[in-house]
Design a protein around this ligand. Sequence first.
Ligand code: GUN
Length: 283
Amino acid sequence: MNTKIIDGLKLSKEIRSNLKIRVDNLCSKNIVPGLAVILVGDNSASQVYVRNKIKACENTGILSIEKKYPENVNETELLKTIEELNKNSKIHGILVQLPLPSHINTYKVIKTIDPKKDVDGFHVINAGLLMIGKPMFLPCTPYGIMKLLESEKINIKGSETVVIGASNIVGKPIAMMLLQKGATVTICNSKTKDLSSHTKKADILIVATGKPNIVEGSMIKTGAILIDVGINRNENNKICGDINFDSTIGIASAITPVPGGVGPMTIAMLLTNTVEAAEKTIV
Ligand code: GUN
C-alpha cells in the first residue's frame, strides 16, 4: 500500500494566507485583531510554542502582546492580568500557555478568561458548548486535525475511530468533534488494557500521548489513517511524534509527519480563532 504523507505545513500556509484577506478587511474597518499570550515559568517547550505563535501573528498582521511571569508568580497577579485583558478592547483573544506551575489553579485561571476571548477553547463554557454540539471556539489542535481530515476528504461518518489520550486539550475535544461527525469513537488512556486490540480496529487513529513509539506498524489496520499529535525528542535529540513513523509506511494509507503535520495546523487555527473573535466584535 502506498502511504500518503499528509502535508500539514502546506495546508496551514493556505489557511494563513486566506486569513490575511480577513485581517485586511478588519483593518479597513479600523480593527486590528489582537492576541495576548501569557507565559509562566521557563519550560523550554512552552517558550518555543509561544515564540512560534507570536511570530505567526506578526506574519498574518495580527497584533500580539506577550506577558511573561516567573515560575513563582502568584495566582492573584495572573487573574488580575487576565481581568485587565478582558477589558482591553484592542485584545480579541487571550491565551494562557499550559502547563502552569503546580501552585496555580489552572481551572480558575482559564475560567477567568472572557469566553468570547477564549481563542484556545479551554474555558468551561466553550468546553460545554462543544459537548452539546454548539461550539463557539474549538480548541486549536483538534480543530486543526478536523481541517486536515476534511482537506484529505477522509470519510468520518460510520468510521471506527480510536483516540489515544484523554486530555482536555486534545483527546476529549477531538473525540467529541469526531462523534458529532458520525464516527464510532473509542478513547484509550494510560490505563487501557491491550492497546493493540483497539488500535487494530481503527480506520482513523489519533495519537496524543507524548510518548514516542507508543504506536507502531504491527498495531494498525491496513489502510488506516494515522494522525500523530506528539512532539517529542528521541534519543538522538531529533523531533519525533508518538507513532513509530517508519514502521507504518506501506501499511497505513496516510500519516501526518512530525514535524510538519498537526503542529503547524494548531497555530493556523489559533490565528483563525483570533480573527473570528475580532470579527464577532463588529455588530
Ligand atoms: N499546551 C499544549 N498545547 C497547548 C495549546 O494548544 N494551548 C495552550 N494554551 N497551551 C498548550
